[in-house]
Design a protein around this ligand. Structure first.
Ligand code: SF4
Length: 655
């Protein structure tokens, strides 16, 4: 019997119209755990590096994490993995909500989509019954509207539906997959779904998920719930409200946006408005938020309530969560009322709430600079809010200038030319980043921005505070109950970190300490992404309930795999190295590893080179960022070493 996982994948070939239920190899679970780890192994094995992201040969994998569908609180992530049309590298976007647990209860660990359907279709998975169904009547419909239509026609109000909107159908490079209570937004996974002619996947499952040692597992789950309550009652002191608790419920329950609106950039990630937040604004935004927020909501089996249903008068209800509340507002220099209105349309179209507003702000900057002219914007309204709606409508239809902008700022700038490249200043590896510009280089963030395979800073960071508390006493107090650290040395790194002076940024944390800190943070994300745990309860916040010391017991009790801390660390290292290998095989090298061009005003080229060298060494990569033969063999990734050898990828004389 298989525990925690179902032991079966669904293989759907849309070119042939075939559906296969395939038993999986339990060895893969021991090596890669599940979720992102196994998705990555499948992509390595089956998608040659020359494959175009929007071609038939690309795969689109919806993987449930190993603990999804069990009683482990917050284990509900669907990991959607494919190759991104925007970065041309691996994309692994994740969504919360209910989809992956439903899939596990239907009897499958993942759905692997290959090929391309000549006509628009959707997939209906109802336990053992799986069908590819005609979706021609859903063409052009919004993502949320599509989910409603499918539930009605199937007469299955409890079906979980992941769908694309017009942006995905038209292969907008930052199209999302929407799922009612969450979305997989980054990297253009919705465009890949559109390229396959797949409008939606609906799933309903009523089977059990087996647990190896149920009583022990339930006791561990109860400990997590108790700790979540403890953290609710004991927020971290001395950090902004958004960093005090677990999950990200603050955005939708509170209105205090002083931190985001005064620290993050407005427009095309250009302008900081340090004095923006006033009592008058707070009152107005409170009124805007409370008049449309109808209910606070959670994902599957989680007490946190990070999302909210939003009902703007005259518009259908949709779900909002986290910083997407502000992305449109700040890109357009507008207010919250506008943000709530345009986010409804954007959610139906299915676009990434980080990239889309930045692309529109980028277009308007080019217009102001005279690089784009009136001829590029025929009939565009004169007010900025009207312009945002106008641009959004054209981008998702790929009409006129919208067709150029639909490829994201990096590719759009290249197509536009005439100096437009200078305005593409906030991307990493061709992908839009969080609109943030700072003063002094932070060595830890430098490494995360430069080297993260996720290419998305918000899902790499966490665990280690973003800055030192002002006094040594406060830092010593903070580390007293810091049980989550994998090693005592992390406490020392933090206590010795000063806001000013010799032990401050950019030379402290030292390159060795910075590499260690990043190693810990990213490993926790790799574990979450394999287990399907929400980062909001694990790798993202300070002092979370899940950590390297209790995770092995969860895996052992749920899956019956004999796991300890070292084994889990090794599995996370293997997954991280495999992802690097996939991107290396697609051409990623050291020269690609840099933060957004002007993220920090003060830069230190020699130190930055030293940071990269130190990080690469710790990770077992060579000076080009390529995993060494020795490190690959030590991680049971000998097949990667053989492939690198054959392709002549090894550098530094290893080949
Ligand atoms: S912490 Fe928030 S985002 Fe994470 S699973 Fe819970 S409700 Fe969802």
């Amino acid at each position: 019997m298989r525990y925690a996982e179902t032991g079966f994948d669904l293989e759907i070939d849309l070119s042939r119209g075939s559906i296969d239920r395939v038993e999986t190899d339990p060895t893969l679970t021991r090596l890669y755990l599940g979720g992102l780890g196994i998705n990555a192994k499948i992509l390595w094995d089956r998608v040659p590096p020359e494959t175009e992201p929007l071609s038939e040969g690309n795969l689109l994998i919806f993987g449930g994490g190993l603990l999804c569908g069990t009683a482990a609180p917050g284990c509900n992530r669907t990991i959607v993995s494919t190759f991104s049309p925007q970065t041309r590298l691996l994309a692994y976007s994740m969504m919360g909500g209910f989809w992956a647990p439903e899939l596990k209860h239907a009897g499958y660990d993942r759905v692997i989509i290959s090929g391309r359907s000549p006509d628009l279709v959707y997939l209906w998975i109802h336990n053992d019954k799986v069908e590819i169904r005609d979706a021609s009547h859903l063409h052009g419909k919004g993502a949320i509207e599509t989910a409603e239509c499918i539930r009605k026609e199937l007469k299955e109000p409890d079906a979980q539906v992941a769908a694309i909107g017009l942006a995905g159908e038209n292969r907008v490079f930052y199209a999302s997959i929407e799922q009612g209570r969450s979305s997989a937004s980054r990297g253009g996974v919705g465009a890949v779904m559109g390229s396959k002619g797949l409008k939606a996947i609906a799933v309903r499952g009523t089977k059990d998920v087996n647990i190896a040692r149920p009583a022990e597992f339930m006791s561990l789950c109860n400990d997590v719930l108790k700790y979540i309550k403890f953290r609710e009652e004991n927020p971290i002191k001395g950090v902004p409200p958004i960093l005090q608790g677990l999950g990200s419920p603050q955005e939708m329950s509170l209105v205090d946006e002083a931190w985001h609106t005064t620290s993050f950039m407005w427009g095309n990630s250009r302008t900081r408005r340090k004095d923006f937040w006033t009592k008058e604004i707070e009152d107005k935004w409170k009124q805007s938020q409370e008049s449309v927020r109808t209910r606070l909501i959670s994902c599957y089996n989680c007490p946190m309530k990070c999302g909210a249903t939003i009902s703007v008068p005259g518009l259908p209800t949709y779900m909002m969560k986290c910083y997407s509340k502000l992305t449109y507002t700040m890109a357009a220099y507008s207010d919250l009322e506008f943000g709530f209105k345009i986010a409804q349309r954007a959610t139906e179209y299915g676009v990434d709430g980080f990239s889309a507003p930045q692309v529109m702000a980028f277009a308007l900057e080019l217009y102001e600079a005279g690089i784009l002219t009136d001829a590029d914007f025929p009939g565009m309204p004169s007010d900025v809010e009207g312009r945002f709606f106008w641009l959004l409508d054209r981008i998702v239809r790929r009409e006129g200038i919208g067709d150029v902008l639909a490829d994201g700022t990096y590719w759009a700038a290249k197509r536009i030319g005439k100096g437009a490249e200078e305005y593409d200043h906030n991307t990493i590896k061709k992908h839009e980043q969080l609109p943030l510009k700072l003063g002094m280089l932070n060595p830890v963030y430098y490494l995360m921005y430069s080297t993260g395979e996720k290419i998305n800073i918000t899902q790499i960071e966490g665990q280690f505070p973003q800055e030192p508390f002002p006094t040594r006493e406060a830092r010593e107090e903070f580390v007293k109950d810091w049980v989550q650290v994998p090693d005592e040395k992390y406490k020392k790194y933090y206590v010795d970190w000063e806001p000013r002076g010799e032990n401050s940024n950019p030379y402290y944390p030292t390159p060795e300490a910075s590499a260690d800190i990043v190693d810990w943070m990213e490993k926790m994300h790799y574990i979450d992404d394999a287990l399907g745990t929400c980062a909001g309860l694990s790798s993202f916040p300070l002092k979370p309930p899940y950590h390297i010391h209790n995770y092995p017991s969860f895996i052992s009790a749920a899956a019956g795999i004999d796991m300890d801390k070292d084994g889990l660390w090794q599995a996370a290292t293997r997954n991280r190295t495999l992802l690097r290998a996939i991107n290396v095989r697609r051409g990623l090298r050291r020269s690609d590893e840099k933060p957004p061009a002007n993220h920090w005003k003060k830069r230190f080229p020699e130190l930055e080179a030293q940071l990269l060298d130190t990080y690469y060494k710790l990770k077992g990569f060579d000076s080009e960022g390529i995993p060494t033969k020795e490190s690959l063999h030590a991680l049971d990734l000998g097949y990667v070493a053989e492939d690198f050898e054959q392709r002549g990828i090894f550098s530094d004389g290893q080949g």
